[in-house]
Design a binder for this molecule. Structure first.
Ligand code: ADP
Ligand code: MG
Length: 478
């Protein structure tokens, strides 16, 4: 895809389309629809160092919002398509759309007031509003999923602390651990525990007012309330109407000034009234970059607990529990085989079981080891299953002209530290080993060091051209 596009400028809008498809894999659909899809491709300029993509947004408000929140996402998708450094230039280019109601409320300033007249910015932002409004269910809290209960949650060493703290909170909301902050990489049961808290609280006290929502819907609802001058209602709702507020993926609010401001006051109001707050995140408070200090501190006031990837016994137990619940026949050898191969993500483990079940009911054949092997082969690319820790360490060391020993050392020299973090990230990605296990291959480093490295490089891959190209180059050598 890379070379043919470079000469043919008529292809640039297609590049933008291709980049959009990449973004679809990395961002939440509702955000893409609200903010990125409405952007209009204008033109590109190529100079010696980069390609500048000019896109227009409806108004200054949208320009500012997209620039603050989606720039890295967009630029990194463009880099992936073109193979060159890309920069995004956004301008406000309002269009009059005849299909829209012109008598819509003016756009409201978010963190920075629009510099142009609010009227000028009405139509396209209105399109965003209409989108949100169509999906108004999003603002009524997501339903509590009755399948996610404490009873259905399989406990092992990796998650028992998070489980116990969630139970404690559900037993006596607001009484002891407030807020409860649960963090882990994806697919390890954070959302499950939030729903379990909600289910437990409401089953013991049907009058309890419990809300579960994602941080993203908090942001969307806030924007909508700002645009429709409904802030008093928004504030009242979050500050006064819940006994238990459960917010999933709170890292999403980081760097979004006004959301952080509102969340801060919501937090204070609930905390002051001894109402329970539970939040989840993909990383601990101190690693959420750009999070306001006063919010970070508050997260640390209560109890912070993490979930680690489950041990093999827990993985097997999860598979068996799930099979039993869904009435799937799962022989022991298959359970062990699957649990041996899928290590770091319970969602994937469940996914493969569901696919096996589908296959079994389509073909009429019972789930067997052979079937499981085929399925694993299809889901884990051939190549990656042959990549070992040693290969990755060798490739990284060679690439950076250092020794494998240096990677395993405790040296903090930049020349060694960054390659070491990249090696940790690649090992995690290609082998799916747990943080603790990976630590053992780096001279016994603590699992938090590995977690930090993986998060840092993962973020670098989307935000930092240098890290991205290093990782790509190394992956090509694997
Ligand atoms: P996260 O929110 O951390 O990304 P989820 O809560 O969505 O993860 O979990 C992914 C899937 O794995 C869900 O279907 C959940 O029920 C299941 N799961 C995760 N951990 C466990 C566990 N310990 N016991 C049973 N199911 C689990
Ligand atoms: Mg989740």
């Amino acid at each position: 895809m890379r070379t043919s596009l470079e000469q043919d400028s008529s292809k640039w809008p297609e590049v933008w389309q291709a980049a959009y498809r990449i973004m679809e894999q990395n961002a939440v659909e509702s955000q893409l629809k609200a903010w990125i899809q409405p952007l209009e491709f204008q033109k590109t300029e190529e100079n010696l160092t980069e390609i500048v993509f000019h896109l227009s947004a409806a108004n200054d408000f949208t320009v500012g919002w997209v620039r603050d929140n989606y720039r890295n996402l967009i630029e990194s998708a463009l880099v992936q398509v073109t193979g060159k450094p890309c920069r995004l230039e956004l301008t406000a280019g309002p269009k009059v759309r005849s299909d829209l109601n012109t008598d819509l409320p003016p756009a409201v300033a978010y963190s920075q007031p629009p510099t142009s007249s609010p009227l000028e910015s009405t139509p396209e932002i209105a399109r965003g509003v209409v989108l949100h409004a169509e999906d108004r269910r999003a603002f009524e809290h997501l339903p509590i999923d009755a399948r996610y209960t404490f009873e259905n949650f399989v406990i092992g060493n990796s998650n028992q602390f998070a489980h116990a703290s969630a139970v404690a909170v559900a037993e006596k909301p607001g009484a002891q651990y407030n807020p409860l902050f649960i963090y882990s990489p994806p697919g390890l049961g954070k959302t499950h525990l939030l729903h379990a808290v909600a289910n437990h609280v409401t089953s013991h006290n049907p009058k309890a007012r419990v809300a579960y929502l994602s941080a993203e819907s908090f942001v969307n609802e806030l924007i909508d309330s700002l645009q429709h001058q409904r802030m008093p209602q928004f504030r009242k709702k979050y500050r006064d109407s819940y006994d238990v507020l459960l917010i999933d993926d709170i890292q999403f609010i980081a760097g979004k000034k006004q959301t952080e401001e509102e969340f801060f006051h919501t937090f204070n109001a609930l905390y002051g009234a001894k109402r329970q707050i539970v939040v989840t995140s993909d990383r601990p408070p101190k690693e959420i970059e750009k999070l306001e200090e006063r919010i970070r501190t508050r997260f640390e006031w209560g109890l912070v607990s993490d979930i680690n990837p489950p041990e093999i016994e827990t993985r097997i137990a999860i598979l068996k529990a799930k099979a039993e619940r869904d009435d799937i026949y799962l022989p022991d050898d298959v359970a062990i085989f699957l649990a041996t191969h899928i290590k770091s993500n319970v969602r994937e483990l469940e996914g493969i079981l569901i696919r096996l079940q589908a296959q079994s009911s389509l073909t009429g054949a019972e789930i067997s080891l052979e079937m499981a092997k085929q399925e694993i082969k299809a889901s884990i690319p051939e190549k990656s299953s042959q990549i070992t820790i040693e290969t990755i360490q060798n490739v990284v060391a060679k690439h950076y002209h250092i020794r494998v020993q240096d990677l395993k050392s405790t040296s903090r020299a930049q020349k060694v530290a960054m390659p070491r973090q990249i090696a940790m990230y690649l090992i995690r990605k290609y082998t799916g080993l747990g943080y603790k296990e990976i630590g053992n291959f780096f001279g016994g480093k603590d699992h938090t060091t590995i977690l930090h490295a993986c998060n840092k490089i993962e973020e670098g891959v989307s935000n930092d051209t240098e890290i991205r190209s290093a990782v790509e180059a190394l992956q090509n050598q694997l």
